[in-house]
Design a protein around this ligand. Structure first.
Ligand code: RB5
Length: 156
């Protein structure tokens, strides 16, 4: 099914644990390699701990693509986008997921486990994995914000 078999790293908090498990099962069914950094159940945990694990792996280049989930997806997005080279996109529909790849070269897909149902979430994951980056003028736009720390030292 998936033409893009790049290994993925995935993490969630308790609020999206069931959706994380559904997504993992869906990906593994197709032979995808998925590293799960937790959480491992529905006991309350802190979303930044899992965002930091996934974002570190993407920022360092250890993984090319990752998925993060929390209740709304907002907290995970906020944390992940503080990391250099991370472009985390909170997607609640297929159009956003496709365009986050085509125009923003998103490397972390963020989903809200209390917002998006499993059926739509699996479709979002599919288009997000399968849609390539358009490059060109969109790369130039990414270059404009990729190294803000160099231009604005207070942002380091
Ligand atoms: C947990 O209750 C909730 O705050 C968290 O999952 C997330 O939605 C944060 O942005």
């Amino acid at each position: 099914m998936f033409s893009n078999k790049t290994p993925l790293i995935i993490g969630s908090d308790h609020a999206a644990y069931p959706l994380k498990e559904d997504i993992k099962a869906y990906l593994k069914e197709d032979g995808m390699v998925v590293e799960d950094v937790g959480t491992r159940g529905e006991d309350s945990v802190d979303y930044p701990d899992f965002a930091i694990k996934v974002a570190t792996a993407i920022s360092s280049g250890k993984f090319e693509r990752g998925i993060l989930l929390c209740g709304t997806g907002i907290g995970m997005s906020m944390v992940a986008n503080k990391f250099p080279n991370v472009r985390a996109a909170l997607c609640m529909d297929l159009y956003a997921a496709i365009m986050s790849r085509r125009h923003n070269n998103s490397n972390i897909l963020v989903l809200g486990g209390r917002v998006t149902g499993v059926g739509l979430a699996l479709e979002i994951v599919t288009v997000w994995l399968e849609t390539p980056f358009d490059g060109g003028r969109h790369q130039l736009r990414i270059d404009k914000f990729n190294n803000l720390g160099k231009m604005f030292p207070h942002m380091k």
